[in-house]
Design a protein around this ligand. Structure first.
Ligand code: ATP
Ligand code: MG
Length: 175
């Protein structure tokens, strides 16, 4: 097998996390081991948590985040800062563990954008990762340094979203 790729799913349109899950599903079909770490936990229990359980031990999803982070950039509460530190420490261990073929860092772009995880630290961990490991970074506002390092970057662009028509989050579509 060749070198692992660094893949970024960013932009304001829908599909960043679900595209990463789809790629993970495809890889599990080849017997590959996939880990998704969710840095920002949504308000709802999502279907992918139970779907991944059916694919254990090849597909694992771990929620590290506390919930939606609503505070402004640079104005985080102590517990949010501490949670980010503990979450990133955990992610670093998993990235270097050699146990996975794909590690998905879900919403890490937002964490970097909020100033909760240091971009240079992320860059050095990615550069020193096991050679074959593919890493997917999702979330809005991907940092220029991450985009520069990545092998593939996809920007989801919103053309239309049913939310704007007042249609609330739908089971199987949003969660
Ligand atoms: P998904 O998890 O559905 O792939 P995403 O990862 O691209 O979405 P996030 O930025 O993580 O999107 O947003 C989290 C939630 O907001 C999801 O429920 C998602 O469906 C919804 N969402 C994503 N894009 C938009 C949008 N342009 N307008 C309104 N809601 C959105
Ligand atoms: Mg997402």
């Amino acid at each position: 097998m060749g070198n692992g790729l660094i893949i970024v799913n960013t932009g304001n349109g829908k599909g960043k996390t679900t595209a990463a899950l789809g790629l993970g599903l495809r890889a599990v079909g080849h017997g590959m081991k996939v880990l998704m770490l969710q840095f920002i936990k949504g308000a709802r229990h999502t279907g992918e948590l139970d779907a991944a359980k059916r694919l254990e031990p090849n597909f694992k999803i771990i929620q590290l985040g506390q919930g939606f982070i609503r505070t402004h950039k640079g104005e985080q509460t102590e517990s949010v800062v501490e949670n980010a530190r503990v979450s990133w420490d955990y992610a670093k261990q998993e990235i270097s563990s050699g146990l996975y073929d794909i590690v998905i860092l879900d919403e890490i772009n937002n964490m970097i954008d909020y100033g909760l995880i240091n971009v240079e630290d992320v860059i050095s961990v990615l550069k020193e990762r096991p050679k074959r490991l593919n890493v997917i970074l999702t979330g809005r506002n991907a940092h220029d340094r991450i985009i520069e390092l990545a092998d593939m970057v996809t920007e989801m662009r919103e053309v239309k979203h049913h939310y704007k028509k007042g249609i609330k989050a739908q089971k199987g579509i949003e969660f």
